[in-house]
Design a binder for this molecule. Structure first.
Ligand SMILES: [Zn+2]
Length: 309
């Protein structure tokens, strides 16, 4: 799927749920927004809160989640909501929140996707912009790395490797095609080790965490009574995080992504570095109509570069 035009919500969406780290109930409102508005967050509990653009340059911290900020206003745990917008190809939304965190819901993007699809998606009368990758770009931190290279379609190749034998080494290759193909990614839940839960709660984090909003593992078993949704739910969730975090340049990136043991910190560093070098690595395409081919979301990057240069 490759939307040629910008998209927003057909109507307002309201969701409530607990914030993973604060443990407090949050009210989340998603409002339709005009063309070229992008995804912007506003804190309704702060009198002077400026809107915060969901852009890589506004990422403030990546400690177990992705947090954006503007002035004193911060909003945490935006990554699964951002993945829902990216996966449903939604460009323009005003997100209102009465607290510092997007509700964790069930630990996946499933409830956001369901609520958005219930409200409906509206097409807008403006071309959708894309970034096409022109050069290979890679960032390494220790043994972890993430890379993007030129391709005619967006795809991801993810690898994780955890000590817990329940998780272990998992890999996933994913070619972006339809919303249906993303279904198992949307509903894959976040996860943590039971020892980390205790440590986080002592540090005042994950106060809202429970077996209802995360997979909790020990060294050798899954502690949730219902078990896993997929055998490889862990790597599927890592891909969800990746889709959310990598959607924050203001337009989707068409390219082949690969990542090894990546997480929010590496994703954010990668996006900031990519943004700083965007004139070398990326070409912005403002009218995909002229270059889209018969198969959806497939484009000829050479043709794109030819048009823009
Ligand atoms: Zn996540």
């Amino acid at each position: 799927m490759l939307s040629l035009v910008q998209r927003t919500l057909a109507k307002k969406v309201v969701l409530t749920g607990v914030g993973l780290h604060s443990g407090k109930d949050m009210r989340l409102e998603l409002h339709p927004a005009d063309i070229d508005f992008g995804i912007q967050f506003r804190r309704t509990d702060l009198a002077q809160s400026l809107p915060i653009h969901a852009h890589a340059i506004n990422i403030h911290s990546t400690d177990l989640n992705t947090t954006i900020s503007s002035g004193d206003a911060r909003i945490s745990t935006i990554e699964h909501l951002m993945a829902a917008f990216a996966g449903l190809e939604i460009d323009n939304v005003l997100v209102k929140l009465d607290g510092p965190e997007v509700p964790v819901m069930d630990g996946s993007a499933g409830p956001f996707v369901e609520a958005i699809l219930d409200a409906g998606v509206a097409l807008q009368n403006a071309n959708k912009k894309y970034f096409v990758v022109r050069e290979v770009f890679e960032l390494r931190q220790g043994d972890k790395w993430i890379r993007v290279e030129p391709a005619t379609n967006t795809s991801f190749s993810m690898q994780i490797d955890f000590k817990s034998s329940v998780i272990g080494a998992q890999s996933l290759n994913f070619e972006w095609s339809t919303v249906e193909a993303l279904e198992s990614i949307f509903v894959s839940r976040t996860f943590c080790h039971v020892n980390d839960v205790t440590a986080m709660q002592r540090a005042g984090l994950a106060l809202g965490g429970s077996l209802d909003n995360a997979i909790v593992v020990s060294d050798d078993e899954v502690l949730n009574p219902e078990g896993l949704r997929f055998n490889d739910e862990f790597v599927r969730h890592k891909l969800l995080d990746c889709i959310g975090d990598l959607s924050m340049l203001g337009a989707p990136i068409i390219g082949k992504f690969s990542a090894y043991k990546s997480g929010h910190g590496l994703h954010a560093a990668f996006m900031k570095a990519l943004w700083a070098k965007k004139s070398e690595i990326l070409t912005i395409v403002e009218d995909m109509q002229h270059i889209s081919r018969q198969s959806p979301r497939e484009i000829d990057s050479a043709a794109v570069i030819g048009i823009k240069s």
